[in-house]
Structures are given as C-alpha cells and as structure tokens.
Design a binder for this molecule. Structure first.
Ligand SMILES: NC(=O)c1ccc[n+]([C@@H]2O[C@H](COP(=O)([O-])OP(=O)(O)OC[C@H]3O[C@@H](n4cnc5c(N)ncnc54)[C@H](O)[C@@H]3O)[C@@H](O)[C@H]2O)c1
Length: 355
C-alpha cells in the first residue's frame, strides 16, 4: 500500500492506494469516530461490491443509500433525498459518510456531507479510474442544475481517500480510457518523466497490473495534491488542471453530450490545445506527435469532429473559466510545462478551431 498526504493545514488528509486497500477495516476506523455511519453508492456499484464493503465495515452500524445510476441523478433532488435519508437514520454531527463510487457518487456525497448539519466528515472510496486520480482528491463537490454542470457546490475536503486498484477490473473499457485521459493530462501539465513512463508502460496499464496502477494513481494524486495545496480554491495555478477542458467542453456541448464521453472530448481538446501551442511556436511538432500517439494508444480519439467554428468559439466563451469575456487557455510550453494564457492571438485560436 502507498500512502500520500494532501497538505492543507487542518484540512490535510491521507490517500491510501493499492490492491485490496478497501478491505482493510483499520483504515476506516482510523478516520471514523462514531459507531453509526452512512454509505452512499449507486445500483451498479452496489450490485458488484456492496456486500463486500458492508462486510469490511461490520464493526459499524452502517446505513446504506443506493442511488439510481447516472449523471442525471447528480441534482438537487438527490441531495434532498440523501439529506432526508441521513436525518431519518439518525446520522448526527459525529457520524461520517462514505462516498462509494465514481465521480458522480463522490460529487453528490461530498456536497451532502458539506451541507448536512453544516458539514459532517466524509471519506471517499473511489471506484473508477477518473475518481481515483481526479474527482476524489481536491475537495470540489457539487451537483448539476438545469442551466449548467456543477453550478452548485462547495470546496469540502474528505477525511481520507481509499483508492483500491482492484475496482478497476470491472470498469467498461471506455470508462478506463476516460480516466486515462486525465492521467495523461497530469504528465502533460507537470511531469515529462511520468509522460514517458506512461508511453513506455501502455500495455501494462491496459492490462491493469496492480503495481503499475498503484504507481500511476499515486503519481497522479501527488501532482493533484501539490497543485491543490498551492491553490485550493482555483485562484490561479489550479486552473492548469483544466488543460484541454475548455476545447473539450465545447465539443461535448456541441455534440449534445451524446457522442463522446467527457474524457474522450478532453482527449481531443488536449490535442487542439497542443496544436494551438505548436502554431504559437511554443510546443515542438515532435511533442505534439508524441501526445497524439499516447492518447491513441489508450484508445482515445484525437481528431476534432466537424463542427461550426463560430458555434465552437461561442461555446468556449460560455465556459466557467472565462474571465470578463476572455477565454483563458492552458497551453504547453513543452511536455510537462503548462502555462495559463489569455494573451494569445485570436486568429491562432480561430485557425485551431478551423483545422
Ligand atoms: N470533483 C471533482 O474534482 C471532479 C473532477 C472530475 C470529474 N468530476 C465529476 O465526476 C463525474 C464523472 O465521474 P466518473 O467518470 O467516475 O463517472 P461515474 O461516477 O458516472 O461512473 C461511470 C460509470 O461507471 C460505473 N462504475 C463505477 N465504478 C465501477 C466499477 N468499479 N466497476 C464497474 N462500473 C463502475 C458507474 O456506475 C457509472 O455507470 C462527473 O459528474 C464529473 O463532473 C468531478
């Protein structure tokens, strides 16, 4: 097992990573001070793993809420239902909640934990690769409303994250690739050696070798933890975690969220951002080729679909990251070095969109 720490003064917490770590009941006991606890999950994860985790948690009086499956459940109605469930089951200020699932369950549960009784403790037990390397770490919680994704939420850190590589074996292949898009992003923004390691170990990653996946998750969480420790509330540097996302969000939105997964759209977005940096004379052509090759080798798309360029630009302007109408872009100076820029020629952005 590997352990790392997210350093945030009194909100610091450990991340435990490894095969079978979720079966270690002492890890939970260390971070939970009550007998009664709640666990929130969804139907699909419950079918696969609820009996196993309930067994691990048998020293506690466990109350389980199983939500229907899907991103559409990430809404205020579900938050209301969850809060009623906690209250009906006598969950109090000293209790903890366990978020057991992917990013959807994690985001809902974190938000519920941050607001129930003005905040009670919660643990993340992420079960998708995306949740293990990204959404369970850093404290962003929230749900969607009709006018936008994640528009209501909070920054609220968990007491611990327990990331078990074993859960990855039951993921659908496209969900694995989706997580790998974020993994590759960490190499691109912060760590060239990690990018090279990923390129060298693609087959072992796709085979989900436990030691390889433990290292991979550990390095991603280290990078995210470093960035979050520097800038918890995304005042500045945390924005580099959005590399490829502004282009990606436009692709998702203009294809009605029905053609690409989020990770696939981000993959195309990362290549678009690399093209833009290349046009600006920042990134070399070889680097761009290596980026495209690695994404394709883990079954991610890299080619922009044919979309209207004005619609594309308008969609980018609606992104949450826009400041005073200026689209802030994350661009690469080289693999491993990202910058935040709103000082780029608009014609180059347009050429990139038209490519
Ligand atoms: N809070 C953050 O910082 C942050 C960061 C990135 C994304 N997100 C959010 O995360 C969500 C996406 O997360 P996700 O990609 O994990 O999606 P998800 O939670 O919808 O999970 C994807 C699918 O995999 C299933 N699943 C989960 N674990 C499984 C397992 N071990 N085996 C088989 N199937 C399993 C789920 O039931 C679901 O059908 C979005 O709502 C996004 O907004 C949040």
């Amino acid at each position: 097992m590997r352990t790392l720490k997210v350093n945030l003064e009194d909100r610091s917490y450990p991340i435990y990573i490894g095969s079978d770590v979720s079966l270690d009941n002492e890890l939970y006991s260390k971070h939970i001070s009550s007998k009664k606890i709640a666990l929130i999950t969804n139907e699909q994860i419950a079918d696969l793993y609820l009996s196993e985790i309930s067994q691990t948690l048998n020293a506690f009086d466990l109350k389980t809420l199983v939500l229907p499956e899907g991103e559409t459940e990430k809404n205020l109605e579900t938050v209301g239902k969850a809060v009623e469930f906690l209250s009906d089951n006598g969950i109090d200020r000293d209790s903890s909640i366990i978020a057991f699932g992917g990013g959807v369950v994690g985001d809902i549960t974190g938000f519920v934990a941050s607001s129930y009784m003005r905040g009670i403790k919660f643990l993340q037990v992420p079960t998708t690769l995306l949740a293990q390397v990204d959404s369970s770490v850093g404290g962003k919680t929230g749900v969607n409303i009709n006018t936008g994704k994640n528009l209501i939420g909070s920054f609220y850190q968990p007491s611990a994250v327990i990331a078990d590589t074993r859960y990855l074996n039951s993921l659908e292949p496209n969900r694995l690739s989706e997580g790998l898009a974020e993994v590759i992003k960490y190499g691109l923004i912060r760590d060239e050696d990690f990018f090279k390691w990923l390129s060298k170990n693609t087959n072992r990653i796709l085979a989900l070798e436990p030691e390889i996946m433990t290292h991979l998750i550990e390095r991603c969480c280290q990078i995210k933890a470093e960035i979050v420790s520097e800038d918890e509330r995304e005042g500045s540097i945390r924005a580099i975690l959005n590399y490829g996302h502004t282009f990606g969000h436009a692709i998702e939105s203009l294809t009605d969220y029905s053609v690409y997964t989020h990770g696939e759209a981000v993959s195309i977005g990362m290549v678009m951002a690399a093209s833009m940096a290349e046009r600006m004379g920042m990134l070399s052509q070889d680097d761009k080729t290596d980026i495209t090759r690695l994404l394709e080798s883990v079954n991610l798309p890299t080619k922009k679909p044919d979309l209207n360029s004005n619609d594309f630009l308008e969609s980018m302007k609606r992104d949450k990251k826009v400041q005073d109408g200026e689209i802030r872009l994350i661009l690469l100076e080289s693999i491993g070095r990202a910058i935040i820029s709103n000082n780029y020629p608009n014609e180059i952005l347009m050429e990139t969109i038209l490519e």
